[in-house]
Design a binder for this molecule. Structure first.
Ligand code: ADP
Length: 484
């Protein structure tokens, strides 16, 4: 698929440090999850190159923070336009290395680009304050300054958007960044970085250090332990988030963490069932179930249980699994064998504990997993506790609103949640009772650049997107002027 890029030079395989594309002493393979074929051979860097990238970011920081906000915004808007102009190529690269259907990849390019546009605008509104004085000889001022050098470690499920959502607020605020993209999807990251350079982003403002799985650990360690790096933003598993948080403790680094979820999706008796089934389909099966806001547990009130399961089953049957580049495909391959093994474990466990298989429940051609629906799920099943991260929906039955809330909150995670109801009182009660950073009411799709994305409990720290998304990259400085 990578042979048909309109601009083949967007296919970069070297890392970006300062103004240099770095080949490194070793390389690693990036594979196509659809076929297993090697797509490219990418620079496999380590601690030394990471130090060089941190130094490049630090050197660039002085001039970048002094660049007027409006000028920073102009460069970012150019970058935004370039992402849109090359959306087809970026989507092709993304589908090739990640496996999501081309139309979905095209959607992610637009979504990813939207963070650049949004934060280019927000960067011009990082206002300071003046505070009424308590002493007639003194004046109190609050400056809001860039944090400094930032690091971002990103996952493979949204190879572009998870980068722009971190990099855009950072550079809009006047920070410089070192990104370590996921080892499965470095090509999207490098293409986006190439377009940043083309847009006129000065060397060193954005650096991309690539590495395979083992090297990612040493790159991560270097970023965490550096006292030049002031902030780390990470999206990925809660387990790795804990490791990074621990590694950042000695340098008291600021942290933004977007970690795992275990999203409940509740359908009450009074819901619009067609809308609920459609919302469940989108929320659960998008990106083959590989998003941290995917519905993981479907709770359906007993009065509409059978009807809902039947409606959802019909939609699940209509999912077209196949090559992401074939027109009409709505579900591509799973990212790797481990991803499939986890779904298989959850399905086998659920069936052993009494769940009823309604749809799917098996692999297709080794790299794909059939869209799966399980009814009669119970709280003792693995799928009630862990994120399946695949196209499998377990449906639980409940009787009362209190029970639904209790079951929904019975997890250490608190990222996204969803419920369907048409009763305005219930919408407020349940919306307030759910211990989650995000609640979708009568919708399965909630993400956009304008809103605060993030979790509570063990799902993370901080918010991305919205006017809040830039705050993690801004320090408050108090200036006390005396002798007035
Ligand atoms: P996933 O399960 O989605 O692959 P991970 O949390 O394992 O999520 O990975 C997300 C990102 O974190 C990737 O860029 C990966 O390379 C990186 N990563 C994984 N383990 C470590 C680690 N010990 N230190 C630093 N980065 C890591």
């Amino acid at each position: 698929p990578l042979d048909r890029l309109a601009r083949p030079e967007l296919l970069r395989t070297d890392a970006l440090i300062g103004d240099a594309w770095v080949t490194g002493n070793a390389r690693f393979d990036v594979t196509d999850p659809t076929t297993g074929a090697v797509l490219a051979n990418v620079a496999n860097l380590g601690a030394a190159e990471t130090e060089a990238a941190i130094a490049a970011a630090n050197n660039a920081g002085k001039a970048w923070r002094a660049t007027p906000a409006k000028q920073r915004a102009a460069v970012m808007l150019k970058w935004f336009q370039l992402l849109n102009a090359h959306a087809d190529d970026l989507a092709t690269i993304m589908s090739a290395e990640q496996g999501k259907p081309l139309a979905e990849a095209r959607g992610e390019v637009g979504f990813g680009a939207s963070f650049i546009e949004w934060f280019a605008e927000e960067g011009r509104r990082v206002y300071g304050e003046t505070i009424p004085t308590t002493d007639k000889d003194k004046r109190y001022l609050v400056l809001r300054e860039p944090v400094g050098v930032c690091a971002a470690i990103t996952p493979w499920n949204f190879p572009i958007a998870m980068i722009t959502r971190k990099v855009a607020p950072a550079i809009a605020a006047g920070c410089t960044v070192v990104v370590k993209p996921a080892e499965q999807t470095p090509l999207s990251a490098l293409a986006v970085a190439a377009l940043a350079r083309e847009a006129g982003l000065p060397p060193g403002v954005l650096n991309v250090v690539t590495g395979d799985g083992p090297q990612s650990i040493s790159i991560g360690k270097t970023l965490c332990e550096s006292d030049v790096v002031r902030h780390l933003s990470f999206t990925g598993s809660t387990e790795v988030g804990r490791i990074l948080m621990r590694q950042c403790a000695p340098t008291i680094k600021k942290l933004s963490l977007e970690l795992g979820g275990n999203a409940p999706f509740i359908v009450f008796d009074d819901a619009d069932l067609d809308a609920a089934a459609e919302g469940a389909l989108i929320s659960k099966y998008r990106n083959a179930g590989q998003t941290c806001v995917c519905a993981n547990r479907l709770y359906v009130q007993s009065g509409v249980y059978d009807a809902f399961v039947a409606k959802l089953a019909e939609k699940v049957r209509a999912i077209k699994v196949g090559n992401p580049f074939e027109a009409g495909t709505t579900q591509g391959p799973m990212i790797d064998e481990d991803a499939i093994l986890k779904i298989e474990r959850h399905v086998a466990d659920a069936q052993a504990k009494g769940a009823r298989l309604v749809e799917g429940g098996h692999r297709i051609d080794d790299r794909f997993y059939a869209p799966t629906l399980l009814a009669d799920a119970t709280p003792d099943m693995l799928c009630a506790r862990e994120e399946t991260f695949g196209p499998m929906a377990p449906v639980f039955r409940f009787e009362t609103e209190e029970e639904a809330i209790r079951l929904a909150n019975d997890t250490e995670f608190g990222l996204a949640s969803y419920f369907y109801s048409r009763d305005v009182g219930r919408i407020f009660r349940v919306g307030e009772a759910l211990e989650y950073g995000m609640v979708g009411v009568n919708t399965g799709l909630i993400s956009t650049a304008e809103v605060p994305f993030g979790g509570v409990k063990q799902s993370g720290l901080g918010r991305e997107g919205s006017r809040h998304g830039i705050e993690d990259y801004v320090e408050v400085k108090y200036l006390c002027l005396a002798g007035v």
